[in-house]
Design a binder for this molecule. Structure first.
Ligand code: PMT
Length: 407
């Protein structure tokens, strides 16, 4: 369970109800499982538990107001909506569920609920008679129909003295429910190879040519593939990122070593995803000793590196090959050209001239192109974008497996 929630961003919405006291324990347990937690409280929730308690337990400021200039300046509600991987409302009171089902946006929590592309979940908590009321059940059905996960409620004795259904699940059970949200099973039994990060091409023992890739996009895709049930090999250039859980990581430095690792790992793989920013050229010779600073002008001869993704796409038993395109102009047109020239099944392009996405950023925005179509993935966290891309890859793989399209 712990591994599945490591580094997941959980936005916990707390609405007004006596079960709000259990949310404190829930925050602790989510953090124990490795999740980053931010808390949003409705005004009614603050009657039951203080923001200070939740701030101390979550390690982050608690978000209370929609219209507070100070809060908006710190982390605006749209930014918060984008930040989350999962929005869980626990406890979700009858009133809160009604407002979420109707799409009202009259406080911070209900506005975030509408503004996010993250997974959505509620943990209902209310008196058993309120839970059984037709209108509550209708609202619940509406939420479920829109893909909202419903955790619980449990049955038992209630704070009001009644006995019946309507108790919020205990913290540990809710943590398990959250973890389950990140398992899609779309790539169960599939083997996926991903390249990530930059390559370094040595000039001498201390200097190299490289680029700004941090590896974040490739690592997010690797994690999304693990969550989708795949067996993942992550071939990483030199990056400063921890290894995501439950995958095999192979560290490489240069394009040549990335090529060798890729060809070996791609044999028998179902999908190959080339997120790495491979240096297109390398110095023709590598000086044995540190180059001395004697000349005013120095020239280097560069030779073309092998094209890794094209080499994998040319394998006789090739996997489904998904490339990336990092462009600064005519993004989609250049990506289409690469899709055809490198004989890829799919290509995801991003505008790396933008400072808010692409290299280094925690966010990205992609246009994903395949021979018969395309899909725009609007700006979101790389974690979220990776999940959406993995969904498209799984669709494509299924089309290939069921003979609807060729690789
Ligand atoms: O790592 P981050 O900081 O998170 O940034 C993410 C990213 C911007 C690096 C990523 O989203 C991205 O765009 N990756 C592709 C970078 C790139 O090298 O693009 P390209 O257009 O130059 O290459 C096209 C494709 O060919 C890519 O799939 C690339 O991996 C592959 N290629 C390129 C050259 C080469 N010699 N071998 C290759 O396999």
């Amino acid at each position: 369970m712990t591994a599945r929630l490591a580094h997941k961003r959980i936005l916990l919405g707390i609405s007004g109800g006596i079960a709000a006291y259990k949310s404190a324990e829930l925050v602790r347990r989510l953090r124990d499982a490795g999740a980053d937690v931010r808390v949003v409280m409705t005004p009614a929730a603050q009657e039951f538990i203080t923001p200070l308690t939740l701030q101390a337990l979550s390690g982050n400021p608690v978000h209370l107001d929609l219209l507070s200039p100070a809060a908006e300046a710190a982390m605006g509600h749209i930014e918060l909506a984008r930040w989350a991987d999962l929005v869980l409302v626990a406890p979700a009171s009858a009133d809160c569920m009604a407002r979420l089902a109707q799409g009202l946006a009259n406080d911070l929590l209900s506005t975030l609920w509408l503004a996010t592309r993250a997974k959505l979940a509620v943990a209902p908590a209310m008196n058993q008679q309120m839970w059984a009321a037709d209108v509550t059940q209708d609202n619940l059905a509406l939420l479920r129909a829109r893909g909202v996960a419903v955790f619980g409620p449990a049955s038992g004795s209630q704070a009001c003295g009644d006995v019946g259904e309507g108790r919020m699940l205990e913290a540990l059970a809710l943590v398990e429910c959250c973890a389950e949200q990140f398992e899609t099973g779309r790539l169960t039994g599939r083997r996926v190879v991903i390249t990530a990060g930059p390559t370094r091409e040595a000039l001498d023992p201390v200097r190299y040519l490289s680029n700004h890739s941090s590896g974040k996009m490739g690592f997010a895709i690797a994690l999304a593939c693990v969550e989708a049930g795949a067996q993942v090999t992550l071939i990483a250039g030199p990056v400063a990122l921890p290894t995501p859980p439950r995958l095999q990581r192979i560290d490489v430095i240069s394009a040549d070593s990335m090529l060798a690792a890729s060809l070996q790992a791609a044999a028998g793989a179902d999908v190959f995803v080339a997120t790495a920013a491979v240096a297109d050229y390398r110095p023709a010779t590598v000086a044995e000793q540190k180059i001395k600073k004697t000349a005013d002008v120095i020239q280097f001869e560069l030779v073309k590196n092998p094209d890794i993704v094209a080499a994998v796409a040319a394998l006789p038993e090739k996997p489904l090959v998904v490339g990336f395109a990092a462009e600064t102009e005519n993004v989609v047109a250049h990506a289409r050209e690469k899709l055809l020239r490198k004989k890829l099944d799919m290509i995801a392009c991003n505008d790396v001239a933008r400072a808010d996405i692409g290299f280094q950023s925690d966010d990205n925005a992609l246009t994903v192109i395949w021979p018969e179509g395309h899909c725009v993935l609007d700006k979101a966290s790389k974690t979220q974008i990776a999940r959406e891309l993995v969904g498209l890859m799984a669709d494509r793989l299924q089309d290939v497996m069921e003979g609807r399209v060729d690789k």
